[in-house]
Ligand binder design. Sequence first.
Ligand code: XMP
Length: 509
Amino acid sequence: MRETILVLDFGSQYTQLIARRTRELRVHSEIKPFSTPLDRIKQAKPKAIILSGGPASVWDEGSPKLAPEAFGLGIPILGICYGMQITVHQLGGKIERSQRREFGPANLRVIDKSDLLSGIPDDEVWMSHSDRVLELPPGFELIAESENSPNAAVRCLNLGIYCTQFHPEVIHTKYGKEILSNFIFKIAKCKGSWTPKSFVETKIKDIKEKVGESRVICGLSGGVDSAVAAVIISRAILDRLHCIFVDTGLLRLNEAKEVVESFRNMGLNLIHIDARDRFLRNLEGVSDPERKRKIIGREFIGVFEEKSSKINGAEFLAQGTLYPDVIESVSVKGPSATIKSHHNVGGLPEKMNLKLIEPLRELFKDEVREVGSELGVPIEILNRHPFPGPGLAIRIIGEIDEKTVSTLQHADHIFIEEIRQAGLYDDIWQAFCVFLPCRTVGVMGDERTYENVIALRAVTSLDGMTASWARIPYELLEITSVRIINEVAGVNRVVYDVSTKPPSTIEWE
Ligand code: XMP
């Protein structure tokens, strides 16, 4: 049976980080709310439980608590920050209420190196708390201290409970990973067999069982999630997977051709639908961004349904749903939840009467890349910048026609080419051009010109929720501007967008 670590979430901003750290150590983890009932905890048969931090004080009315019996299950527990305080509080120790916050680095002095802190030198750890532990519950002992938190790390050998006031999951705790590793391997006795390879093997088996002899339909966008989902399903059921790729005409330059070629090279059974005219026709005269999104979503579903209804024996629709979309958690939902909320094909499954198959729903984005790499998905697909469902339609401000799409595609191609040339593509979250519907005066040779403006947008971000404009070199801006104005007909001015998100958004519409 697969080893799992249950991360019980008390609302910390770091909860997902804890889950990711255990996975980096090759042990699968699942995040569940702190209020998960005891029988569900037992059912999950976790090798260990980690209690996250959280914003509450144990003294708050209705403060979040763990089912008390969970402390006596004999399953090793690691309580972090609030997870430590609630453990101490529930087991009869004393927590001192404090308004003063200890935030930032602290020096840890290790007292006992026999298990959790084995091999850990005295070094910096990351603190972020107000309340602190004053008295330990019976059976607990001190294993490390810091100046402001005399009880920085404690344990109860009888119950197999370990607690840290600091956060081992954040990188500022220099030996945090080693501490988690001690907990997972030395204390919880995990083996660490959850690798991309083992994930792929198990998934292929699951998909075979689930799908049986029937067929699966998968919409390919060219993005990483749908690509990896499709490849893993095709490994299980071969050409009973039918991939549908809709060319809306609103993709990047040459992208449709490249997507079709690379997926066919990977052996996928691919239906390529050229719907460029249909999309352009329906978007004619439309300038409002939300109407554009709605029209594109509606047409996409239309095209997709028409084609898929002709595939006999299809019972399943594949989707590239990721873990942050489905975590049952008390903290804020992950970034992709927000990105998906305005995804234009969200209505697909309800309308189509197909069962869903979501092979990536246990994975974080970087894990999808690892799995994709294990499956031999080309690196250009795995590392491609995110691209919005409505495509270039929301990067052409105002009305759209074939000519503006083509102008934008060419400008965009130059910008991306120059970014790649400068070796900066992977450092940037997203880079693209925007077509502005205004004309400005210029001079070329002896001639006065009156032509369009292209805006360059390049941002750095961790998750697309917030973003800064990328500090790309002036030389890169210069060569991009010169090339766009010289090579793209109808453009005589290039500007660089220096707005952060918030208050701006990444896309202009
Ligand atoms: P914003 O512009 O909201 O973008 O800062 C955040 C991220 O979401 C992408 N985005 C979309 N993706 N359909 C999508 O599938 C959309 O309508 C859409 N609008 C924005 C955007 O490219 C960025 O990565």
